[in-house]
Ligand binder design. Structure first.
Ligand SMILES: Cc1ncc(COP(=O)(O)O)c(C=O)c1O
Length: 304
């Protein structure tokens, strides 16, 4: 199952046909991974209007990732938000995934001599885990980290750093797993290749602290929803054995949404099925993103 890009992409101020959107050899993002990207979801809401989930937070993170590379945004945040909305509209996408990418044209090794560009594409993406959405994930725990080095870069979406995620996905897929979990520097469970991890033990939610992970926007949303629903939520280190003995476990992410983990390296989690707390949170989240919970309407940006 592949991903099919929508018909139009937004490139440097214009909506053009996706097949015409080509980048040249002289491109520091292609050559060195010197780029920043985001993943945003659009949902069809109860009134039939499409809304973008936490658009402002995603655009802010895009800026933070680009700034972490020492670069200034070529557009204002408001302009980027407008461009994202225009891309979704131009593709008549009712629900789907949007990918803004800041890239750098030029071959110079000095990024200040390059030309920053913004491209935005979108597509229908319901198979982030192959055909397993809703069925529960089989995952493998890898003994290495997603990001080496420090400098808080773990909390950015910088193109070049994602080779490790794709490599891990490939390793997992070859062994029949849908995703892999990375370890942190101490050997604790850190996060998935493009998602965060939670476990449920004695009705409390536990997720690794933000120190060595990309502390996702979905993770933060789920923590808030869970707390307001009355669950205890703790950010604390998860040892591999805590995960294996959890009552339930799940991942969160923009592409992943909320997905139960039912097996890790041959060990069933809980009773090997989606647990009741995961199911309740997943159901609640589905209502919130579709505008059916007024208390969370401020997380949505509606398209006119
Ligand atoms: C490594 C990694 N962890 C976690 C996440 C989840 O973040 P979010 O919920 O903001 O999509 C992502 C996706 O962006 C990711 O790439």
């Amino acid at each position: 199952m592949g991903v099919k890009l929508g018909k139009k992409v937004w490139l440097s101020g214009k909506l053009i046909s996706s097949s015409a959107a080509r980048i040249g050899f002289a491109n520091a993002t292609l050559q060195y991974g010197f780029g920043a990207f985001e993943g945003i979801r659009a949902y069809e809401t109860a009134t039939g209007k499409t809304a973008l989930f936490r658009l402002r937070e995603h655009c802010r993170r895009l800026k933070a990732s680009w700034n972490a590379l020492g670069m200034k945004l070529p557009y204002s945040l408001a302009e980027i938000e407008r461009a994202v909305k225009a891309t979704v509209k131009a593709n008549r996408l009712n629900e789907g995934y949007i990918r803004p990418l800041l890239f750098l044209e030029g071959l110079s090794f000095n990024p200040l001599q390059g030309t920053p560009q913004l491209m935005i594409g979108c597509w229908d993406w319901n198979d982030f885990f192959g055909g397993h959405k809703g069925a529960g994930l089989h995952m493998t725990l890898l003994p290495f980290r997603r990001m080496l080095g420090g400098q808080r870069m773990h909390n950015t979406k910088i193109s070049g750093s994602y080779y490790v995620s794709l490599m891990a996905r490939g390793m997992a897929a070859r062994q029949g797993f849908q995703d892999a979990l990375f370890s942190d520097s101490k050997g604790n469970v850190a996060e998935g290749t493009g998602d965060n991890v939670f476990l449920v033990k004695n009705k409390a939610l536990i997720t690794p602290p933000a120190k060595e992970i990309l502390a996702g926007i979905t993770r933060e949303s789920v923590m808030e929803i869970a707390k307001k629903t009355g669950y205890r939520v703790q950010e604390k280190c998860i040892r591999p054995k805590d995960l294996l003995h959890a009552d339930e476990a799940f991942v969160t992410g923009t592409a992943a949404e909320i997905e139960p983990i039912i097996r890790v390296d041959g060990h069933w989690i809980g009773n090997g099925k989606e647990g009741p707390i995961t199911r309740a949170l997943r159901g609640r989240f589905a209502l919130i993103v579709r505008g059916k919970e007024p208390a969370y309407r401020h997380w949505l940006t509606f398209l006119k």
